[in-house]
Ligand binder design. Sequence first.
Ligand code: DLL
Length: 433
Amino acid sequence: MKYWNPTYECMSREEMTRVQTERLVNTVKKIYYNVPFYRDKMQKKGIEPGDIKSLEDLKKLPFTYKQDLRDTYPYGLFATPLSEIVRIHASSGTTGRQTVVGYTRRDIDTWAEVMARTLACAGANKESFIQVAYGYGLFTGGLGVHYGAERIGASVIPISGGNTKRQLQIMKDFGTTILACTPSYALYMAEEMEEAGIKKEELKLKAGVFGAEPWSANMRSEIEERLGILAIDIYGLSEIIGPGVASECECKCGLHIPEDHFIPEIIDPETEEVLPPGSKGELVFTTVTKEGLPLIRYRTRDISSLNYEKCVCGRTAVRMSKVTGRSDDMLIIRGVNVFPSQVESVLLEIGETAPHYLLIVDRVDNLDNLEVWVEMTQNMFSDEVKRIEDLERKIRHQIESTLGINAKVKLVEPKTIERSEGKAKRVIDKRKI
Ligand code: DLL
């Protein structure tokens, strides 16, 4: 199957502009009358729904930041009564406050639609066996891909993440044709496969939809070579819908955005000025069909650029370039979003160490490793080993329960961590991605 929904995926620019404008006008009315937060923001800017008549007017609207979701935690930006919400997801956030997102029945339907487009980009159809090795749960990866795969009519294998040996056994026995997981997990699976003596020729695998974290061209070649598949990049974020916000097609030359649902802009993260097509900057999205949590000009912090030229695959939907970095300090470690400030607040809460710490991220055997170095206080330094080990364990445990990620904690001698005269350097990222 080449396209899932050619009407929208291959629509002319004029027609798409018409669809987007109509939906934008409606969304702005809806948020103005249903979400006090947006009404206040618009009133402060001196604008009313009637001022938004065209896509050009988009830039008059206020931005929405991740912090706004935290400040209105958990449901403050929802635009429908809670009784209309049929699903909640969340993504990790600073100091324990998660970013909570809600979907109405129609939102779930929209999500299945955009995910079906993504999977069709990887060649999925009714005959496909799709192994969903993204995590199921509050994370949007597992269920997002799941609903899209069912929409297509493929056979879904909802295995979730982890238990690599079983993943490989199932991939072989069940005849998986499409694998969905993070690129680093795909590479890890390839390695375990070689170790287990399974040859790629024994598998029916044809393609993989990999995302939720940045990955390089080298990593793609390695995955494609070792698994013998087409590996495409899929992008998304919980706030906008989850996976399904953009996807590469077989041309692998940018990720198509379902613009009839999400309108992208690229801005300069410092001046907040909208940049012309082709410029690199921060990606901003406005959702124009979401009911539960419509967001206006949401600052993703992801760095990308937009290309409006028609793609070789025939799709006209705008393409965003692969996300290469962020305009904030968020790290993605084994698919989990981590802010250094989260670690800092764990340390402050425990309060038994010096306030100097360093996160060292590395990739060993294709898996991300996080090591947290924390300085001991002068008093503690002379303490017995057992007490130091106990504290390391306590910090590790606390990091795991607040961030949901395993870290190796190392208490280091006072004054080992380099001091900075400007912005403190909290992270050393040794991963070559
Ligand atoms: O990671 C949704 C997702 C699930 C996308 C499965 C693709 C596949 P969050 O946990 O909210 O949602 O994290 C969103 O992850 O702002 C990016 O910084 C990063 N990210 C997601 N996809 C990619 C990608 C999901 N393909 C944050 N390349 C986003 C680079 C990505 N970064």
